[in-house]
Ligand binder design. Sequence first.
Ligand code: ATP
Length: 621
Amino acid sequence: MSIHMAEPKENLQMEKIVSLCKRRGFVFQSSEIYGGINGFWDYGPLGAELKRNVKELWWNAIVRRREDVAGLEATIIMSPAIWKASGHVDTFSDPMCSCKACKKLIREDQWWPMMCEQPWVQSLAAIVAPGTNELRGEELLKWAKTKGKSFAPNLALVKNPEVTLSWMAEDVAKGKYPANAEEYYSYLATEQRGVTGLVKPCPHCGGELTEPRPFNLMFKTHTGPIESEENIAYLRPETAQAIFAQFKNVLETSRQKVPFGIGQIGKAFRNEITPRNYTFRSREFEQMELEFFIKPDEAIEAIHGSVATVSEAGHPGEPQPNWGWQAWHQYWVEERVRFYEGIGLSRETLGFHRQTAEELAHYARACVDILFKFPFSKRDENGELKGEELEGIAARSDFDLSQHQRFSGKPMSVFDDELRNAWNKLPKEKQDDLWRRYYENRKRYLEKSGVEAEPAQKQATEDANGLAKGNYIPHVIEPSAGVDRLILALITNAYSETVKTDDKGKNETIYLMKFHPRVAPIKVGVLPLLKNKPDLVKKALEVRDLLRPWMNVYYDDGGSIGKRYARQDEAGTPFCVTIDFDTLGEKTELLDTVTLRYRDDGQQERLKISELRDWLLARIR
Ligand code: ATP
């Protein structure tokens, strides 16, 4: 039997990171003075800057620096009809179990990872030696009467050890031993096997868990003063739906043509059953989402004769007019990886998960998750960290706009001049072939969405006739990233510690946050060598004011210069400039120069104040 628990070393690493985040003001527990609120986190002074930088970098890369993407900022509360059309009202749920004893709720797919984190499970794992098929009844009995009593008081083995052990012994005698660690713990949790069958224990108290039930993750509220069914509204669980709902407005006002995208950054809310792993799974979080609308492959084939295929390894290069969904999908996966690399997350720190046919939603063509290897990530069979999802990039066909067209009754199709002209020049067989394929796709979508066969055929015929006249509902590629998960990845990636021994032989731990200069909360520390020398202070304030309009500067005149460097190292400030007597012209050739110190290796060099701004800008943008 093997039980894969997070390595203590890795748990410790996370604990240290959490503690630094609080100590240095990156992340605080929300409502901490009232004991906190589970699944909600606040960003302190450094965290707020880090987050702002990340969002601005995404917005610049995705929206501002591209000709083919426009921005949107929609409301958090929207018409509940949107969530009916998107499927969230009916299907946005996770299977959830509740504990019959302590009433806590547990997401079914997180039961085992949570179990592995519990001290009582870990202490039991020490008794149940991997690979042996012994019952070890006496040891279990002893455990039940000691540790079990305080850690898992509601576990069947603790409440009624003789009964649980007796039927376990029965099974073992028949040669039927728990197949794996998960089943083993179910044995220990089951008191009335004949009545209930094997049950799962609650990770918190060992009590019996109920069968899983779907639990809708949307937060509900009411608009207006009356709390009635008609006034129900939802806090958005994703930002994407607003993009679809405003698709036509943006198209008409931005003078864009398919292919083009709409990007949005904003808050999303999910009533996660078990928020966990620090900020990784929160109930309130932010997303950065792009919906990139493309022509259906049948339209590309009509216009260009064929659809380009690109390799699934590497960046396919500049977008081409004959790209279909597969090339665009590959393009966006690689663009997003480049983005992560550009802010300091190397490919080695990332992982990839291409969803299998079983995992994909019925309308999706492909989905690649970009993962980051957190210390708490799962491991593969070789013991390598697999990583957790930072972003999903999905090829979602024309599902979303089609749903909104059906539910709102407003057309979501676009007219494509190029397609109409090309179609008319196609040989009849080609027209028929494309017509038929488009028809089949539309019919499949409609039938899967619950439309009866006959109306589905009628609608699909209309849609395919529309294609022949240059009309279609655009397909979409959706790169959807979480800001908070990325912040946690950046913090984890930046964290480094070394132990230094001082002159007196005393060990001291030095913390260094190696943020890429682009995301670093503070770009430069400005430090006068001494604070009691008015000339040094005056010059240092001049340097601060020179840089301030361009970047986040931290002026610090408190304590020894070494202490001040260490403070900036912990905040992840990539550069510090010190104004010393040479700056004031003690060595005439060094007049109006400063000492520039690099965070990561402590190297120093001399730079002219007049060149400082551009030197820094070249590195932080
Ligand atoms: P998971 O499987 O981890 O619950 P998901 O696949 O449901 O995530 P999506 O619906 O694809 O997530 O949301 C897109 C992105 O939003 C995710 O990649 C993630 O970065 C972020 N995100 C989703 N849920 C949360 C959450 N509870 N807390 C923080 N970020 C989240």
